[in-house]
Ligand binder design. Sequence first.
Ligand SMILES: [Zn+2]
Ligand SMILES: [Zn+2]
Length: 319
Amino acid sequence: MLRCSFCGRRAVYHRRYAGVFLCDRCLIKSVERRFRRAINENKLILPGERVAVAVSGGKDSVACMHLLHDYCRGKRCELVAITIDEGIKGYRDESLPIARENAEMLGVEHHVVSFREAFGATLDEMVKVAAQRSTGLNPCTYCGVLRRSLLNQAARELGADRLATGHNLDDETQAIMLNYIRADLSRLYRLGPGYSPRQGFVPRIKPLREIPEKEVALFALLKGIKVHLAVCPYASGIHMEVRDFLNSLESNHPNSKFMILRMFDEIKPHLEAAVPGFEARGCESCGEPTSSTLCKSCELLQGLGLMRRRKNLIFVEPS
Ligand SMILES: [Zn+2]
Ligand SMILES: [Zn+2]
């Protein structure tokens, strides 16, 4: 029997990059500790703040909500959850009830915002139109841009000081590599544990970015948290190639992912001079913040013959 390097109980996990074995209890404690350290060291959340968390129902976002719930209780912070329903049949309709169930169990206020309500079409419908019109853009482009924009609007309407997402170490290193490959300096610059606020944007935070995907999954499993485990049916292309490449790199050279992250964090402060300044103004179609006349969401929607509705996403009961 393999034993935990810290307490001697039965090990459930081999943390190769550190050369140690962990039992269930020590793994849970370690994830919780890293989560709190990421927040405290980077001042991601200040006492008394209102925090919105994006919850899809997948393991990362649900684990993030559970961890934030604990954290917020101790810091007099308020937590509210947002789920974006992109309209992906057989996928989001299955994960959404899991997000709701977890929020209810924790007593966290939960809001669902759908693509159909905001844009007049589901992602599935958009993908069909994009194929008919040969836009040459893949589903992840539409989904990523539109989802981020709705999350920001919803968090802002909810009066949130921070918008937390469940990005783990694997997601973050993938994003770093992708932005290198695409030579997208301003996107690369926007990555990090927390992103400095610009007018109209709720600062985004990623408290799980130093925790490997496997450890987040094990944490959820060992804590008995109910999560949705399916992979998005649209996942394909370069994202998957980069993910596979990073996984094989990590298995032959443990610690590679951490090194990529650390290197990026060291370079980041020096990128500022190379990134053009952002002058926020309102998109002339939807009013959301952007640096050009039309925001990226409206630009994509226009190409599909759609328009974003100028209206509040969050319905608040009149008091
Ligand atoms: Zn142990
Ligand atoms: Zn717009």
